[in-house]
Design a protein. Structure first.
Lengths: 623, 132
């Protein structure tokens, strides 16, 4: 019995002990029970055992427990109980039913030991394992995972890995990892990767791998070495994500960029390229631009684009150009530019505005090609055409003069010849002596007239043929003074007033003998055809034209000529417009002949009874 | 034989006027020959006498090359005046010009009956007067 008491003591000291009756009402607890449940013995005795039920275990679990002990069998298990303060604790529990003589339990002795620490560790571990498996799940779902041993032999692959590599798990496990090597990366690159992970470091990078069917794919890869206690990797976990699309996009972009840079190269090689900002400041020029403009790149960058302006094009033309490109439209045209040495060149030009998000140009790219040769050819042709037109005009004038000359011969020589013939016929046929002598007397003046016309014609032919006539600088004032001296008597007689204004031009380059004849004739006419109602007033004036020609005008206040009636006649030979005894109709014809011989022009303005003004344009001649 | 009361010469050429006048006088077919040395004088006379039929000529021999107003200018003015003249006047151009341009231009004018190139033979003169 003493031995039994010792056992009980030992049990009380070491274990948590409680005794309930067959209904579960507590009738004994030891100190250990009170300590762990934080109740006093008094608070527990008489209470239902469920006071320490934590609600953690399922009803089935509790039912099983009762079933076991109610049948008189010992129950062993782990229970989570609740202390007075609500905290819980785990106990390793053995419940021993004490049986009466009918073999029915009359009380239950529960012997527990505290396993809270162990249980909590277990729960923490479970939680961590759960978390890890969650991570693994997430990783397996989202990433391409493979594990190899330290030699690179595949020991694990997930579904994603199989999907992307198009191999089955079975085909991969036990294989060298190089099965998916695409051969794309350089040996150095692969060496560097292995060096990194073999030293226990994580490697991150982008890899191009090869699938079973030979197609390739890009993966963003992280390789994590798992180290053993010695710090040496015993396996490698490779976590990948598919970046094929991104990489293909990048490669496409690279290809496009390459293509663009090829285009740029081709353009730079073939064309003259310059870029300016929106204000026309040069920001880029290529070699061809420098070559044709003869400036260096340094001299051009930062300069206004007008540095190559040749000034050849009109302001309207340039304005139109800027208007077009400032509106974001492409301009095409031909431009004449100026090089550094002052020489000019022609370029076929396309200016493309580059627009910002607002659609406003932020820079202009000008692409040119040298068309100097073509343009110079064109200019040569144009110059030749102008020359040809000039020649044609001269020919036309000569032709007109020739037709005029034929008419002169037909009209002015034929008429007196007919007269002579008719007079001779008349004399021959007439029987009346008086009539005969009357007719004969008329022959002499006709012959004289014929002689005059003939001499005048010869004179005019001489002017036309006189291509080597002496030309000299004529001081008009000296020339006029000399001529007017010849008219002194008439001027005094008519009380004529002569006004001379040579302020604009006082010298011309002309044959002296022609100018004497021209001026004498015009002044003589002005005096001869004076109005009977007023004294003659003559204005002699010079003007300079834009082409540096000199226009000399002689204006009188005389009888005037009805130009409506005589417009075609005024400068023709033997045309007279006034009943003046000295009017012969030769002066103006000769004047016109002399003026035109020197490429000049003559014309008149007149109104009957008001006066006449003759204008002569002397073409600028080289002196 | 047809008799003409009034014939007009418009010509500045003294010799032509002298000879033509003589020739016509010899035919005794014309009562009166009037001479004007330029178109302007002839035109003014016609204007003054446009209602005086007796003074107006039946025939005009018109030169082309004359001072002050030539034959073409005369015709231009005469064409305007014609509707107001109360008599049919036959105009013959008499010119020393053998230019085809002049002949074509003359034929195009309604008021011109014919173009005669100088010199005019006596027979031609008589034909013109007789055929009137």
């Amino acid at each position: 019995m003493e031995k039994i008491a010792d056992y009980k003591y030992a049990l009380d000291e070491s274990s948590i002990i409680a005794i309930t009756d067959q209904k579960g009402i507590i009738n004994y607890v030891n100190d250990n029970f009170c300590n762990i449940s934080k109740y006093t013995a008094e608070e527990l005795i008489g209470q239902d055992h469920r006071i320490i039920n934590s609600g953690f275990h399922s009803k089935t679990f509790i039912k099983d427990l009762w079933k076991t002990i109610a049948h008189g069998k010992v129950w062993k298990g782990e229970l989570k109980n609740k202390a007075k303060d609500g905290s819980t604790y785990w106990v390793d529990t053995t419940i021993v039913p004490f049986l009466d003589e009918n073999n029915k339990p009359y009380q239950y002795v529960a012997i527990r030991s505290d396993i809270t620490d162990r249980k909590e560790g277990e729960e923490e571990l479970k939680k961590i394992l759960k978390e890890i498996s969650d991570y693994k799940y997430a990783l397996d779902e989202s990433a391409i995972v493979a594990i190899t041993d330290q030699k690179g032999i595949i020991t694990h692959v997930n579904d994603n890995f199989c999907k992307i590599s198009k191999y089955s798990t079975e085909e991969l496990i036990g294989q060298d990892h190089r099965i998916i090597n695409s051969g794309y990366h350089s040996q150095e690159f692969i060496k560097e990767l292995w060096k990194t992970i073999a030293h226990g470091k994580v490697w991150k990078g982008e890899l191009k791998n090869k699938a079973k069917d030979g197609s390739t794919y890009w993966v963003d890869t992280t390789i994590v070495p798992f180290l053993n206690q010695d710090g040496k990797p015993y396996q490698y976990v490779a976590i990948r994500s598919d970046i094929t699309e991104r990489k293909e996009g990048e490669e496409e972009l690279k290809k496009i960029l390459k293509e663009i840079s090829d285009y740029k190269y081709a353009l730079d090689e073939s064309a003259i390229v310059a870029i300016t900002d929106q204000k026309g400041i040069i920001t880029h020029v290529n070699d061809n631009f420098c070559k044709i403009s003869k400036y260096s790149t340094e001299e051009l960058i930062g300069q206004d684009h007008r540095i190559i302006n040749s000034g050849y094009h009109s302001q309207e033309f340039i304005k139109e150009l800027w208007k077009t490109i400032a509106h974001g439209k492409v301009w095409k045209g031909e431009l004449k530019n100026k090089a550094k040495d002052g020489s000019t060149y022609w370029v076929d030009t396309t200016i493309v505005p580059f627009l910002n998000q607002d659609g406003k140009p932020y820079q202009y790219v000008a692409i040119r090609s040298d068309i100097t040769e073509r343009k110079e050819g064109e200019e040569q042709i144009r110059a030749n055409n102008i020359k040809a037109i000039e020649h044609a005009q001269i020919l036309e004038l000569k032709n007109t003069q020739l037709v005029d000359f034929c008419n002169i011969v037909s009209h002015n020589l034929r008429a007196p010849l007919i007269n002579i013939a008719m007079l001779v016929d008349f004399v021959e046929q007439s029987e009346d002596e008086e009539e005969k002598s009357e007719a004969l007397a008329k022959i002499k003046p006709v012959v004289n007239h014929l002689m005059d016309v003939f001499n005048e014609l010869v004179e005019s032919i001489q002017v036309k043929q006189d291509t080597e006539v002496d030309v000299d600088t004529i001081i008009l004032e000296d020339c006029l003074v000399k001529i007017l001296r010849g008219f002194e008597t008439q001027i005094e007689e008519y009380e004529a007033k002569i006004h001379i204004d040579l302020s604009e031009a006082n010298s011309i380059y002309f044959p002296p003998k022609y100018i004497d004849s021209i001026l004498s004739n015009l002044i003589s006419n002005a005096l001869k055809y004076k109005s009977p109602h007023r004294n003659p007033v003559i204005h002699i004036k010079t003007q300079k034209t834009e082409q540096d020609s000199v226009i000399l005008s002689v204006a009188d206040n005389g009888l005037g000529i009805d130009l409506v009636m005589h417009k075609d006649q005024i400068f023709k030979i033997r045309k007279t417009f006034h009943k003046h005894p000295d009017a012969k109709g030769f002066g103006l014809f000769m004047t016109k002949t002399q003026v035109e011989a020197m490429n000049g022009k003559i014309w008149a303005e007149s109104e009957p009874e008001k006066g006449t003004t003759f204008f002569i344009e002397f073409k600028k001649l080289q002196s | 034989m047809k008799h003409i009361k009034n014939l007009t010469l418009v010509d500045d050429d003294d010799v032509f006027v002298f000879l033509t006048k003589k020739t016509i006088e010899q035919t005794h077919l014309v009562d009166l020959i009037r001479v004007f040395n330029n178109g302007m004088d002839a035109l003014n006379f016609l204007k003054e006498n446009k209602d005086n039929s007796a003074e107006l000529p039946e025939i005009i021999f018109l030169d082309l090359s004359m001072p002050i107003m030539n034959g073409w200018q005369f015709l231009e003015e005469y064409t305007k005046l014609n509707p107001y003249i109360g008599k049919k006047i036959s105009i013959y151009i008499c010119s020393s010009s053998i230019s085809q341009d002049d002949i074509t231009r003359a034929k195009a004018i309604n008021e011109v009956t014919d173009y005669i190139i100088k010199p005019i033979a006596k027979t031609k003169l008589i034909d013109v007067i007789k055929n009137l």
